[in-house]
Design a binder for this molecule. Structure first.
Ligand code: HEC
Ligand code: HEC
Ligand code: HEC
Ligand code: HEC
Ligand code: HEC
Length: 454
């Protein structure tokens, strides 16, 4: 029990007492929840918000109330005419004062520990993918849901979106506060536009983990497609991609990663935020020679009015983490190739594409619609194995939920992928045989420049 009479005179006033009660309660709550969180008993991202942001904030307010109350009470006493203003006398021979001093010292250390633990936990927590994806639920849902299934699933959002260093963290928190405000006032853009002009350059993000000069050589990729027939007939395109790499110092410097050869610098001008239209490209070669490639009919004003950018990893790998399939066909083909939609199920490709490609208002409607459509269709096909249908339904629902987000206006093809040229302009934004330099040379499009189809 808190007995006010045993407390020092200075804090025997209502404001300080409220402060003591608030700070003590919050400190106990913090310790209990912190232990539960560390032990993994509570995992909701909102608990993190409570433990590392809300409780410490109230705790600090409580702590501040104690001296504020003491100061106000002291001022009232000093203003009373019978009291001369004076400093209190500290006397360590007095056992009461010694005990009070030890208590204040101990409490200060405990408070500093709690505040620094909360600050450390808070920063770490705000760097986590859970914070980005789940606290900002609807807004970040597309990227959070898509992030899970790709090679960077273990790279937290902040690994690419914040970059190293305290400056980057502060900058991103300021931007985050602005964005939180936009979300709260319903003014967030839907879909969220590419943040590429505010992302830190690849040097400070991708290159923390990837070495740009690495020589990758050729990479074999198999593109699997399925037919709309009974047997879901498979066709495979095997492709040898000349990724290459290297640099002058290491020898080589060829292939697709020639762009990243630090001896070359490519600058370009894009006329919209998705960077799909590129009328102007400027190449500075290793000998310092500059070549400007321009699409016929481009005006000076268009070049001056566009966004200029130096090409880096993110101009080709713009969706390294949260990749969305461009079309229902692509997504369903991938699910069949991975064995999630059973190929043994007759007409699975055709039916799944139709089911996931339909328009639905929200997730519940989509899950019901996909299940109903597939079940209705196969109930009319005598001899169908119901377990195969159930697997197809679950996989089709999963495909839909990782690619379509009606609440954010994100659907098939909303976010183009620049790696390739079939579903979006990609490499052909520049390699279209139309970007011409003064000497007549073109940015080449010959089919064997980048890959060999076997
Ligand atoms: C491997 C690096 C990387 C990781 C990890 C990453 N992102 Fe991104 N993100 C990017 C790049 C690059 C872009 C720019 C895309 C473009 O210009 O088309 C981007 C764009 C975005 C956008 C703008 C909309 C869009 O999709 O273009 C949002 C929102 C976003 N990221 C959220 C997230 C969230 C949330 C996470 C974690 C769950 C995350 N990102 C993890 C690299 C990454
Ligand atoms: C924190 C480290 C880290 C960062 C930052 C990072 N990556 Fe990666 N990246 C990896 C790892 C690890 C792999 C290998 C994953 C695997 O194969 O399981 C990988 C794989 C890749 C691959 C091959 C993907 C595939 O299909 O196999 C590409 C391309 C790539 N990263 C590009 C990027 C780009 C572009 C960026 C910056 C926007 C980036 N990475 C940032 C760690 C990182
Ligand atoms: C001109 C476009 C372009 C640029 C710029 C580019 N890449 Fe690539 N990269 C590619 C292509 C195309 C592939 C092969 C695509 C595939 O796997 O389907 C590839 C493959 C990769 C791979 C996988 C290699 C393998 O053997 O699996 C990694 C890792 C990678 N790139 C990292 C990077 C990093 C890091 C940067 C920036 C320093 C970068 N790339 C810049 C086009 C580019
Ligand atoms: C911003 C414009 C731009 C984009 C986008 C672009 N390139 Fe290039 N690329 C160039 C320029 C400029 C050259 C030099 C002219 C040439 O060789 O045709 C070049 C050259 C190349 C070369 C020849 C390298 C050598 O050894 O001489 C390859 C291979 C290549 N690009 C692959 C790709 C691939 C693959 C993509 C898409 C993932 C891509 N490029 C996207 C501008 C671009
Ligand atoms: C500037 C480089 C470049 C040039 C030139 C180029 N391609 Fe490609 N192409 C690519 C890349 C990169 C990919 C793989 C993208 C990926 O990893 O998904 C690709 C993929 C493909 C695919 C596989 C499609 C799929 O996704 O199923 C086909 C087919 C193809 N290219 C045909 C061609 C033909 C035909 C030409 C000549 C007109 C051509 N390409 C010229 C870079 C190029």
């Amino acid at each position: 029990m808190l007995r006010p009479t045993r407390l020092p005179v200075a804090v025997r006033n209502p404001v300080s007492l409220i402060g003591i009660v608030v700070a003590t309660t919050m400190a106990m709550l913090f310790v209990v929840l912190f232990v539960l969180e560390i032990r993994g008993y509570v995992t909701s991202p909102y608990i993190g918000l409570l433990v590392f942001v809300a409780i410490p904030a109230v705790f600090v307010v409580g702590l501040l109330l104690i001296p504020v109350g003491a100061w106000r009470a002291g001022r009232r006493r000093r203003l009373a005419p019978e009291n001369e203003p004076d400093w209190p006398v500290l006397d360590f021979r007095n056992p009461h004062q010694r005990a009070a001093f030890a208590a204040v010292l101990l409490l200060t250390i405990v408070n500093l520990l709690i505040v620094s633990m909360a600050a450390y936990g808070g920063v770490r927590y705000m760097e986590s993918s859970e914070f980005c994806g789940e606290v900002c639920h609807t807004t970040m849902e597309p990227q959070y849901a898509a992030h899970e299934g790709w090679p960077h699933a273990r790279v937290p959002c902040a690994g690419c979106h914040v970059g190293p260093g305290a400056g980057a963290l502060l900058e991103s928190k300021l931007a985050g506060t602005r964005q939180l405000f936009q979300v709260a006032t319903g003014r967030v853009a839907m879909p969220i536009p590419s943040p590429v002009d505010s992302l830190r350059p690849a040097r400070e993000t991708c290159e923390q983990c990837h070495w740009p000069e690495k020589f990758h050589g050729d990479k074999i990729r198999m593109f699997r497609e399925y037919g709309g027939d009974d047997a879901n007939t498979e066709s495979v395109t095997t492709m040898q991609l000349h990724v290459g790499g290297g640099s002058r110092a290491l020898g080589g410097g060829s292939g697709i990663h020639w762009h990243m050869n630090l001896d070359n610098q490519i600058e370009y001008v894009a006329t919209e935020a998705t960077r799909e239209t590129i009328p102007y490209v400027r190449l500075t070669g290793r000998d310092g020679r500059v070549r400007e490639y321009v699409v016929e009919g481009t005006t000076e004003a268009q070049v001056a009015g566009g966004t200029r950018r130096q090409m880096d990893c993110m101009d080709c790998h713009n969706r390294p983490a949260h990749t969305f399939y461009a079309t229902p066909e692509r997504a369903v083909d991938a699910a069949i190739a991975q064995g999630r939609i059973p190929r043994e199920l007759a007409l699975a490709r055709r039916e799944a594409v139709a089911a996931v490609g339909s328009e639905y208002g929200d997730r519940t409607a989509a899950f019901e619609g996909i299940a109903r459509r597939l079940r209705d269709f196969y109930s009319g096909q005598a001899g169908t194995d119901a377990r195969l249908v159930a697997r197809a339904v679950a996989a089709a629902q999963d495909v839909w939920s990782r690619n379509v987000f009606p609440a954010m206006n994100v659907g098939w093809g909303t976010y183009p992928n620049h790696l390739g040229h079939i579903d979006a302009p990609g490499c052909f934004r520049c390699h279209d045989d139309e970007h011409k330099a003064a000497d007549g040379s073109l940015i080449r499009q010959d089919c064997e420049l980048c890959h060999k189809i076997q």
